[in-house]
Design a protein around this ligand. Structure first.
Ligand code: BDR
Ligand code: CA
Length: 326
């Protein structure tokens, strides 16, 4: 029997994070060791509670470690203040949120573990008997802090799969994707930590955007995961229509679950290339995904550091998710 992939998931739950958690819990070839929460889509209190709610709905007792409430340095530099508010609009007195304050699930009956998430990473990875895959689908603060505490933990990380960044796409500033923009300094630490890194950026996730018809396919599975995934797709499309009434997309990328599926099945990704990637840390380029285009700069001191998915296969992704949720 093939060994299961040992996984730690890092989330800022979040609508699409919720689908990622369901995919990881339901994946027959993954052993989910822990889920770490972080501030991002919402403050860390909310992302932690939302994470616990999703796990409870799945009947999972996987431990949840509460992570960092603030980015590494961004919140102490007055011109770089992050926002944990999320996008919203009010139409006819009704509020529409891409990420509601709390997911519409029963409140969690258990709490997160005592140990903060970065300490958990250090403690677990120092003593890990087998290498672990980390799938990070929120800002990268927890991992950056853990690496700063003990860089040796890299030797027990088999791969870090990151949902974040964008080469031709951006969603939080004209040049930046949200997870990277929310803590650019952490992202720059993590992508240069020496671990094997797979980046699943917006360029890939937007190719897999789901419509309301796709939501109905998930709903037709007749399972909790199928129904909840469908509800979240509908909620995100409705929120987008309310927020961008002049040019609604009428579809929505469930970004974070693509990273979970891709961790074990790279065939859902397309055009994966090894590149040199850095993160813009200031001014107009803050949080931008910078890819070195010219070979002459790729010297021995400036090497390629990540596998970057420039595209993805929507139908392959949808059918894997449907299998997991059926
Ligand atoms: C990423 O930003 C968050 O809002 C989503 O949960 C996803 O992780 C997409 O840019
Ligand atoms: Ca997320």
């Amino acid at each position: 029997m093939e060994k299961k992939m040992k996984v730690i998931l890092d989330v800022d739950t979040g609508t699409d994070d919720a689908v990622a958690i369901m995919a990881a819990v339901k994946h027959p070839d993954m052993e989910l060791l822990a889920v770490c929460s972080v501030a991002g889509n919402k403050p860390v209190e909310n992302t932690t509670e939302n994470t616990l709610r999703v796990l409870q709905a799945l009947g999972s007792d996987v431990p949840v470690y509460r992570g960092c409430a603030e980015p590494l340095v961004k919140s102490i530099t007055p011109t770089r203040i992050p926002d944990h508010g999320g996008t919203m609009a009010v139409v006819d007195g009704k509020e529409y949120h891409v990420h509601p304050e709390y997911l519409d699930l029963p409140a969690s009956e258990r709490s997160h573990e005592d140990m903060p998430a970065p300490m958990f990473y250090v403690d677990y990875l120092r003593h890990a008997k087998e290498p672990v895959t980390i799938i990070a689908v929120g800002p990268l603060t927890n991992l950056a802090v853990a690496l700063l505490m003990d860089h040796d933990i890299v030797k027990n990380i088999s791969r870090i799969v990151i949902m974040g960044g964008g080469f031709m796409c951006a969603n939080r500033s004209p040049v930046a994707e949200f997870n990277i923009w929310a803590d650019p300094d952490a992202a720059q630490w993590v992508i240069h930590c020496g671990a094997d890194i797979l980046m699943v950026p917006l360029d890939a996730t937007v190719k897999t955007a789901f419509t309301k018809a796709d939501a109905e396919d998930f709903r037709s599975l007749g399972t909790f995961c199928g129904d909840f995934c469908a509800d979240l797709i509908d909620l995100r499309i409705d929120a987008d229509r309310a927020i961008n009434p002049e040019c609604p997309d009428n579809n929505t990328a469930i970004h974070d679950a693509l990273a979970v599926v891709a961790a074990l099945d790279a065939s859902v990704l397309r055009d994966v290339e090894r590149v040199r990637c850095d993160i813009g840390l200031a001014d107009f380029a803050e949080g931008a995904t910078l890819i070195t285009r010219s070979k002459e700069f790729l010297t021995s001191g400036f090497v390629k550091n990540v596998d970057f998915a420039f595209s993805a296969d929507k139908e392959a992704y949808k059918s894997r998710l449907m299998e997991l949720f059926s």
